[in-house]
Design a protein around this ligand. Structure first.
Ligand SMILES: NC(=O)c1ccc[n+]([C@@H]2O[C@H](COP(=O)([O-])OP(=O)(O)OC[C@H]3O[C@@H](n4cnc5c(N)ncnc54)[C@H](O)[C@@H]3O)[C@@H](O)[C@H]2O)c1
Length: 267
């Protein structure tokens, strides 16, 4: 077993599936003492918690809706009380427009206010509120406390038909910087994935008229010709949370198979 996260207690939001589940399990593999698995889905969260325990860490399932302020406060308090403090917060949960609506037209001039609010509340407001409630515990930690936020390449470049997603992810990148400033020496960084093979991405492909064409279109600009894997993002998140990243704060790390490195026009 690796020991990069040597005895740290972590809270991972949206840990019921996809990238969040991979992060929770990888944290346990890398020596975290405890990982709180927060999600609105009790069943998937329970399965992640079993995987975390099998990988060697204590675990606690916390069912909560990140659109509800009191749920967020309860989630943080419960994790910190159960584990006698908190050393790592991973604000991973996120939704994209196609998670929230079956409407095909989700452009900036047609998106409904309800969908905008739903995406904003989970992707940005909940990240801030969770950080706010976790800050007193992280400040008290003597085990290299840090926050890792899930942003996206969509927060760095324009992307069609998902305006609230891109804007909130750009907001997460900036929230990462101001959090690093205000909470120092607590560190705060974010990861910006490209296309990662998770239920979110698969549902996004499926929401298109031609599913396979949508997948090809999204992966075409990549220099690594495949979907990213949740475990690859998890290893980046664990590095950022570990003491190996002790000199890194306020930073945004792209993990996208090279898509943002160029304009994607093959000669
Ligand atoms: N998969 C990708 O291609 C990709 C790319 C860029 C960024 N990201 C980001 O990475 C993060 C994880 O993405 P994923 O692909 O694993 O997503 P996913 O949809 O597969 O999993 C997200 C999890 O968050 C939970 N969740 C959603 N809304 C919630 C709420 N209101 N309260 C509590 N839990 C809630 C879901 O139940 C689910 O378990 C997200 O922030 C996403 O925006 C993903």
């Amino acid at each position: 077993m690796l020991d990069s996260l040597g005895g740290k207690a972590a809270l991972v939001t949206g840990a019921g599936q996809g990238i969040g589940r991979a992060i929770a399990v990888e944290m346990a593999r890398q020596g975290a003492s405890a990982v709180a698995v927060a999600d609105r889905n009790a069943q998937t969260a329970a399965l992640t918690a079993e995987l975390v325990r099998a990988a060697g860490a204590k675990s606690e399932v916390i069912v909560c809706d990140l659109r509800v302020r009191d749920d967020i406060e309860m989630m943080v308090t419960r994790a910190a009380e159960r584990f006698d403090g908190l050393d790592v917060l991973v604000n991973n949960a996120g939704v994209i427009e196609s998670t929230v609506t079956t409407d095909h037209d989700r452009a900036v001039d047609s998106l409904s206010e309800e969908v905008w609010d739903a995406v904003y509340e989970v992707n940005l407001k909940a990240v801030w509120l969770t950080t706010k409630f976790a800050a007193p515990y992280l400040r008290r930690s003597r085990r290299g406390p840090s926050i890792v936020n899930a942003a996206s390449v969509s927060g760095l470049t324009g992307f069609p038909n998902a305006p609230a997603y891109g804007v909130t992810k750009a907001g997460v990148i900036h929230l990462t910087k101001v959090t690093a400033v205000d909470l120092a020496p607590v560190r705060c960084n974010c990861f910006c994935p490209g296309v990662i093979d998770t239920p979110l991405a698969q549902d996004f492909f499926a929401a298109a008229e031609d599913r396979d064409a949508r997948e090809r279109e999204l992966t075409a600009p990549q220099l690594v010709d495949r979907l990213g894997r949740p475990e690859e993002v998890a290893r980046l998140a664990c590095f950022l949370a570990s003491d190996s990243a002790a000199f890194i704060t306020g930073a945004a790390y792209v993990i996208d198979g090279g898509a943002l490195a160029w304009r994607g026009v093959r000669g």
